[in-house]
Structure formats: structure tokens, C-alpha cells
Design a protein around this ligand. Structure first.
Ligand code: ADP
Length: 545
């Protein structure tokens, strides 16, 4: 085929426009057949047709006056006059095909006997020529100006029909896509007009209220699903925010209302309603709602579990308080009598007797420590630990602490130092709890500090407040254990310390972290195994009173 012809035929944008019509290889239709019949009658031509020129064939959407097999097959392969017609957007007028040096070779001159041809290109609104609207004669003839005009008008009508269909198809596709979006959510969605009547409801919404969508359309929604409040009292429309939103154009959101189902039951909803604007004019409202029955149930279950847990913790705390009181008395008695024994009040002790009693003393002291720690922990858990905030001088508190612990440190060859700097500050906190935390951190630093100097220093974090750090250069804590040490009864890397040779309770850090939380701060550790650990207590800028 001539390259002059194939170029325009194969133009991808043009082919796409042809396919977009959705008409290729479709059955004949009255709308187009009427136009070709009319064309034949008005211009007095024996045959007329409307083709769409695809890449490899001409498709006759409508043809009039042709014999079989073309009349039924409605398509032709090979070069046709339409291929010449679609090269421009102007009519192609041929009075005598056989008299023309090029047209005489077009196969349809022989096969169909086409002697005269008049073709009007079918042009889309965006300028693509998709085919042609034509009249032919089997005798040469002089096409009149009016023939061209008539065919032009009919071609324009055919094109209007094609484009209108494309528009309708496009709009329908868009409508379906948008509907699919609204139907794919599990939230209920409905639209109201300005009178509060339903103009749309999605399936999820209709299911929630127990109505079929078509039963709700056109009805006022408030009396249908919002007629009563949760306590059963009537809900006048004038007070309903959704109805107001539809009528007055306000946006509303509610979390504690109910909607009523068709069967007279109701369910808790969360909804929001927004005005719908079209070209700046208020058309009504769109309401989205969610059945929150399950969420409410889960919240209630969680609250119940919380209350039960609190009650359990409180009774546990009471039990521990009573138990520790009962335990402390006999432990103190044991400690007291052992002290008397060791002091020789009941006579001289043989060295092995003394050793035995001393070991008994160590065990009793450990027991007392454990009882006290367990009591503290249960108090914190039950929310019974009292916090008394006052203004505290940090350096005074630390010096006081050093005075308490220095004898123990010195006995084991430790050097304790306090870095000055922000430690000279005053903070509002509970000094007893800060002391309890730091005492625990310092005793750990002495226990696990390998006799190397222990320092306390203060910093001012970027977030404000005050950070007090206890820094040792001891055995350190492996990265995977650095959170575990804050869990109850977790002792890592061998709990028995090198200094006192005693085991701890494994409760000091968990208690300290909880106390830090009660003070509005937190406790954390940074450590490098073999290099030492830094425990950091951060106090907030202004702790809650
Ligand atoms: P305890 O010291 O009574 O065992 P803690 O809760 O105070 O209980 O500490 C838990 C564990 O954390 C300790 O047994 C020890 O393994 C580890 N640990 C605490 N402080 C340090 C430290 N400064 N250096 C190395 N390990 C430490």
C-alpha cells in the first residue's frame, strides 16, 4: 500500500480515537442506518455508507445499497477510497474514478464497480479522522455542491451521535468508579438534599440501619433513623445536628449518639456530617457513620479488666503490707538475738559458732531487704506510693547520700565523687523517692563497679529538667540485657557481687524505674560491657504536684 495512505491510517492517536468510539465490529444500528438511507435518498446515490477505518480493515458501521457479500460482512480489506478521504478533514469528491490516473487503480473500482465517490471525513472534537461518511455511484456523475452540503450535515449528525455516546460511556464509567469507592468502605455513607431527604445511601449504611437502599431513597432520614435518643426520649429534628447540617450547612461530628434500625433496635454510632456544595451553592449534606458497638464493647471490657486489675493489685498490696509487717517483726527479733549472741551476752562463742551466726545474720538482712522491696513494689503497682513534692537542693541531697554510703564504699576501696555544675540547682520533686532511686543506683555501682571510682554528675537535657547520672567503670551490662535489668527479679551476668559477696533481690531497678515514672521522669541505662555503666535519672522541668 502507498506510504502516503498507510501513514495516516496507522497513526496511533487516530487508531486510539477509532477504538474509543466502541463501534468497531458492532451490529448495525438504526440511528446510523437512518442517516445513510436518508443520504442516498437526498443526493440520489445508489449506495451510501459510514466507515470506521481501522489499521487493517474498513468497518462499515452502516451501509446502504450494496450487494452481498459486503452487505452482510460489512468490512473490506485493502485500499479503499476512504483511505484517501481520511488524509484530510475536507470532502473527497471524485466524479469519475476511471478517468483519474491513481484512483482508477483502487481495487473497489473493479470489485464493487465504484465509478464516482463523495466522502466526508468523520472528525472527532479533538481533530482525529476516524472514518468517512460516503455516497458512491456506479456511473460517473457530477457531484453537486448541494450533495456535498447534505452529506456534510449528515456526517456531522453521525459524528454527534458517536461523540455523545463516548461522553455518556465516559460519564457512566466515572459514575461506576465513584460508586465502587463509596460501596467499598465499611462506613455507612448517605447524602441528604436540603430538605433532609435521602438522595443516596451506600450498601454498608443501608445494612447497618436494616433498610434496602431503594426503600430509603427520597425519604426524610431523621424520622427514619434518628427519631429517639439513646435513653428512648424523642429527638426533635430541630435539635438534630445532622438535620441542621443539611439545612444550614454546618459541619458536625458526634461520638455519642445512636441510630435506630428498622426493627426498632438501636446501635451506637460515630458520625460526621458535612455540607455538600455545588458551584458554591449548598445542595445538602453528606453523612458518614460507623457502628461502634464492637469498639464500645472492647472499651468496656478493657475498663472492666483495668478495674479488676487495680482491685487485684490493691488487695495484693494490702496482703503484702500485712505480710511484711508480720515478717519484719520475727526477722528483727532474729537479728536482735543474733547481735546479742555475737556481742557475747550469752557467753563466749567458738569461732565456728560465730561464723554460723554471722551467715545467719547476712541471710536475715537479705530477707528483710527482700520483704521491704516487695512491699515497695506492690505499693507502686497499687498506686499507693505517696509522692510529696518539695523544693530540693540536688547537691545537698547527693552529699547527704554520700555520707550514708561512703563508709560502705570506703570499706570496699571505692572513691565516690560528685561533679559540680548543674548539681548546684534546686528542683521540685520528692526527695525521699529521689534518694531511694540514687541509693539503689549507687549500691549497684559499688556492687558491680570493680572497685574503680564512681561518680555522680548532673546534666541539663535539651528537653529541660535535670538528669542525674551515676557512672561506674565496672563490668557493664551486655546490650541485650540493658532492658531486662529493669524487669522484676532479673539478675544478669551473675547477681552475686564481688564486693559484699551477697546476692541482691533483683527488685531495685524495677522499683527505681517505677518511682522515676511517679516523679514524672524516667530511668535508663547506657553501658558498654567491660567499660562500665551510666544509669541516668531524668527529672521533668516541673514535675506534677
Ligand atoms: P539487685 O542489684 O538487687 O540484683 P537490681 O534490680 O538493682 O537488683 O539490679 C538488677 C541486675 O542488674 C543486677 O543483678 C545486675 O545483674 C545488673 N546491674 C545493676 N546495676 C549494675 C551496674 N551498675 N553494673 C552492672 N550490672 C548492673
Amino acid at each position: 500500500m502507498d506510504a502516503d495512505l498507510t501513514g495516516p491510517i496507522r497513526d496511533p492517536a487516530r487508531l486510539q480515537a477509532v477504538r474509543r468510539t466502541g463501534l468497531l465490529d458492532t451490529p448495525p444500528e438504526d440511528v446510523f442506518d437512518r442517516l445513510t438511507r436518508l443520504a442516498a435518498r437526498v443526493v440520489g446515490a445508489p449506495a451510501t455508507f459510514m466507515t470506521l477505518v481501522d489499521s487493517d480493515h474498513d468497518f462499515y458501521k452502516s451501509c446502504f445499497g450494496f450487494e452481498e457479500p459486503l452487505a452482510s460482512e460489512r468490512q473490506l480489506q485493502g485500499t479503499t477510497f476512504c483511505h484517501y478521504a481520511i488524509r484530510t478533514d475536507q470532502p473527497l469528491v471524485i466524479d469519475d474514478t476511471r478517468a483519474h490516473p491513481e484512483y482508477r487503480h483502487v481495487p473497489t473500482v473493479q470489485s464493487l464497480g465504484i465509478a464516482a465517490y463523495l466522502g466526508i471525513p468523520l472528525v472527532t472534537h479533538d481533530g482525529h479522522v476516524i472514518g468517512s461518511f460516503c455516497a458512491v455511484d456506479f456511473q460517473p456523475r457530477r457531484w453537486a455542491e448541494t450533495d456535498v452540503e447534505v452529506l456534510r450535515e449528515l456526517a456531522a449528525s453521525a459524528m454527534r451521535e458517536v461523540e455523545l455516546r463516548a461522553l455518556v460511556d465516559h460519564a457512566e464509567r466515572e459514575r461506576r468508579e465513584k460508586l465502587a469507592l463509596l460501596e467499598s468502605t465499611d462506613e455507612g455513607i448517605y447524602g441528604l438534599d436540603r430538605d433532609g431527604c435521602c438522595i443516596f445511601i451506600n450498601r454498608a449504611g443501608a445494612e447497618m440501619i436494616g433498610w434496602a437502599p431503594e426503600e430509603v431513597l427520597g425519604k426524610e432520614m431523621h424520622p427514619l433513623i434518628h427519631h429517639h435518643r439513646e435513653d428512648g426520649t424523642p429527638y426533635p429534628e430541630a435539635e438534630c445536628p445532622i438535620a441542621r447540617a443539611a439545612k444550614e450547612g454546618a459541619a458536625v461530628r458526634a461520638t455519642n449518639e445512636v441510630l435506630w434500625r428498622r426493627d426498632g433496635t438501636c446501635f451506637p454510632v460515630e458520625y460526621s456530617s458535612h455540607p455538600v456544595l455545588e458551584d458554591g451553592e449548598r445542595r445538602g449534606a453528606v453523612v458518614t457513620f460507623l457502628d461502634v458497638t464492637e469498639r464500645r464493647r472492647a472499651e468496656e471490657a478493657r475498663d472492666r479488666a483495668h478495674r479488676e486489675l487495680r482491685a487485684t493489685l490493691e488487695s495484693r498490696s494490702r496482703f503484702f503490707a500485712a505480710m511484711s509487717h508480720e515478717l519484719r517483726t520475727p526477722i528483727n527479733a532474729i537479728l536482735g538475738y543474733n547481735d546479742l549472741l555475737l556481742a557475747g551476752v550469752y557467753g563466749e562463742l567458738a569461732p565456728e559458732q560465730r561464723g554460723g551466726i554471722e551467715r545467719g545474720q547476712t541471710a536475715a538482712r537479705h530477707l528483710l531487704e527482700l520483704v521491704n522491696d516487695v512491699l515497695d513494689l506492690s505499693k507502686v503497682e497499687a498506686g499507693k506510693m505517696e509522692i510529696q513534692v518539695e523544693e530540693v537542693s540536688v547537691s545537698a541531697l547527693i552529699q547527704d547520700l554520700f555520707a550514708t554510703i561512703r563508709p560502705l564504699a570506703a570499706a570496699h576501696g571505692y572513691d565516690l565523687t560528685l561533679d559540680a555544675g548543674p548539681c548546684d540547682t534546686r528542683v521540685r520533686t520528692d526527695p525521699r523517692r529521689v534518694r531511694q532511686i540514687l541509693l539503689n543506683l549507687l549500691s549497684n555501682a559499688i556492687k558491680f563497679g570493680e572497685r574503680r571510682p564512681v561518680r555522680v554528675r548532673c546534666r541539663t537535657p535539651a528537653t529541660g529538667g535535670l538528669a542525674i547520672e551515676v557512672v561506674d567503670q565496672g563490668r557493664g551490662i551486655a546490650p541485650q540485657d540493658q532492658e531486662r535489668v529493669f524487669e522484676e527479679f532479673e539478675q544478669v551476668g551473675g547477681a552475686r557481687d564481688n564486693v559484699t559477696g551477697q546476692g541482691g533481690t533483683g527488685l531495685g531497678l524495677p522499683i527505681s524505674r517505677r518511682l522515676a515514672g511517679l516523679l514524672g521522669g524516667w530511668l535508663e541505662v547506657e553501658s558498654e560491657p567491660g567499660q562500665g555503666s551510666t544509669f541516668r535519672l531524668t527529672l521533668p522541668p516541673s514535675p506534677p504536684l
